[in-house]
Design a protein around this ligand. Sequence first.
Ligand code: ANZ
Ligand code: ZN
Length: 866
Amino acid sequence: LNKYSPAAIEEKWQKTWAELGLDHTPTKNNKPKFYALSMFPYPSGSLHMGHVRNYTITDVIARLKRMQGYRVLHPMGWDAFGLPAENAAIDRGVPPAKWTYQNIAQMRQQLQRLGLSIDWESEVATCSPDYYKWTQWIFLQFLQAGLAYQKEAAVNWDPIDQTVLANEQVIDGRSWRSGALVERKLLRQWFFKITDYAEELLNDLDKLTGWPERVKLMQANWIGKSVGAYLEFPIVGMDEKIGVYTTRPDTVFGVSYVVLAPEHPLTKRVTTKDQQAAVNAFINEVSHQSELERTAEDRPKRGIPTGGRVINPFTGEEVPIWIADYVLYEYGTGAVMGVPAHDVRDFKFADNYNLPIEFVIVEPEAVANVDFQQEDPPLIMIDYDSAYTEPGVLINSGQFTGMNSVDAKAAIVKYAEEQGFGKERIQYRLRDWLISRQRYWGAPIPVIHCPNCGIVPVPDKDLPVQLPEEVEFTGRGGSPLTQLESWVNVPCPTCGTPAKRETDTMDTFIDSSWYFLRFTDAKNEQQVFDPAKTNDWMPIDQYVGGIEHAILHLLYSRFFTKVLRDRGLLNFDEPFARLLTQGMVQGLTYMNPNKGGKDKWVPSHLVNPADPRDPQTGEPLQRLYATMSKSKGNGVAPEDVISKYGIDTARMFILFKAPPEKDLEWDEADVEGQFRFLNRVWRLVTDYAAAGVSRKQAQLADLSKPEKELRRAIHTAIKSVTEDLEDEYQFNTAISELMKLSNSLTDSDCKNSPIYAEGIQSLVALLAPFAPHIADELWHLLGNKNSVHTQTWPAFDAAALIADEITLVIQINGKKRADLQVPAQADKAELEKYARESEVVQRHLEGKEIKKVIVVPGKLVNFVVV
Ligand code: ANZ
Ligand code: ZN
């Protein structure tokens, strides 16, 4: 009989599946639906092992669900807009579209070689006009709903190339191309009002029972709800106030200064003449720092006094106004009250600049003996050498002295409200989503700026606003779109006056915030999607992707879903019912611990594994596992594995080596292990087929003991594999069960029984989602005419699981003396009887006195003797 040769069968089955249309998405019928989706790839040009793992996981699920009687949607597409294509155009003169479509073609081919059961007919690429037409249409829905607006925001500005840089193009504060020191510049840009949905995005996390807790927590932290107060400090000598946001109104008697963000509009006006030069210099300096640098915990907090002063409305005291880098303009009101005694950052700041530090909260024990009820509460002098940030009891706080922090917060807010200088305020860390990009390779924002009418949406009939092709990519002088007069200048759609197109394109996160909806009706030319279809398929039953998308992509997609629901297009609240965040694929890596930066990684092909040394210096190298990457030279190319072992082995290895959410260490020996397992299955099935075993129905009533045992092994495997795939997708343990079943079949004493035939058939059917090609080949060798992938998933017979006999352990004084086969149904008394009657026990108990007998049903009998 022929040997297992993956190359010989894989292509054949892929062709057959395509002809049978197995991967097509069925139209609505009375079967339950199942939507399985992996996060779609960016078309970088080549498939890596992380992709293979990601798509294999969803493919197993899709195949399983089809066999379990679901109609399945399992699509694929391309997150195809973005910076690399534009950089390729600047560097090598390849037009972004050409670069992108070439990469897509290449990766599609690589994916198709994997034999994934993907419905290629619903493929989408976000850069194609028939997709981004609807991205633009959705933008206009947001605009109509008042959820898209323009405001000034800072961008990274390259003063040499005169262009805006994406964050990824800023390296150590300098432009990736010109090397110029990057400046912050204010531009009018488009935003989506995600903050309108902050509360719902937070609350609905509770509905996501199929999500990892970790991801929900990350989202909650990102939204960052905090409940505090808005308080106003009148500016001395001006008829204006500085409003601050604080989560600790209970500390207001400890305010020793107020800080404005350098960008705050009041900054210039409160600055006194003699401070002007210094303040301007400081603002300029801060403008070069990123937000991350400004707020880094370990950095010294820097600032400068403006010379202006405010009055603390609670004490009537005057305190100075400063500006400082650690106060961000975009959060809260862009101004804070400085309470060094109770805030770590403020403490450092005050320490640095010799500002007063006045403690107004103490731990309750410190004032346990103080009577705050007496007429003139005592002044308490306390001095710590760091900030006291816990809640506590208020001291030196006027009428609020003696209250605890919780009560004091409420009382202070209430008082401020009565006096008209404050109120409660809920604040989210989440900010509105800046969606403008001053780039070419993205969906153009479909509006026209008219001198008469203002912002005019491009009429639906004129969508898509297509990206012009006759542009030049120089990397200088702004986005190529701004430089193409013929594209920019258009008559206003409303009044006909010469007007200008918006030249910003959209953040690519917008493209990926709705692609999963388009998949449900990918070819619709009349509508973004037919809500009937989308509402039928959605929500996604299983979404699979990397943890790196735990925050933005998932949050934005949830936001889009809610907005489109509120526009009447969708009838559900959450897009992803269940989420699996798969782990990384790691490769064996060699590192020189004496080197730093990227130089420390030594590609494995330069290393002798028996004695790993740095080829340059001869120093010994450390071996470790790290995420596969080009820079570490530790990647394993999917093609190599596939041509050596076949796709099915690669899949089996990936699924068996680690649970899907854990990191996976690539290990060639284990790949071979899976190859050997598939070879064993191959032999088992081909031997059986050659032997021509009886296929007639077995008479369950008169099975022999070995037949009964084999049948139990078969149905135990069916049950375990099914359950392992049910909720947690424990592919690794499921494959272990398949191995056990294969062993039971190999060792079976009844190879001529119809039960054996049942075992072989079940093994092949259970293997189908994991190793689809070999399974279909073997299925046909067994004489079946259908594809195994259209076969119904095996069901287990609960009766077969019940053992006739169990193994009873017999102990004497806790020490094991014998095993005994006894009927499984035996009760406690019977078990003791079997044990007493056994030959071993009789021998051991001779002349001894039994003090006690312990019976553990189904397990053991222990005799305590003296
Ligand atoms: C006074 C105070 C006293 C504060 C104290 C804390 C402790 P969360 O919980 O993250 O919302 N803050 C407010 N706006 C800020 C801004 N734009 N940039 C930097 N810091 C800002 O934090 C709210 C607290 O962060 C506020 O409460 C404020 O400092 C600071 F013992 O006010 B607090
Ligand atoms: Zn007009």
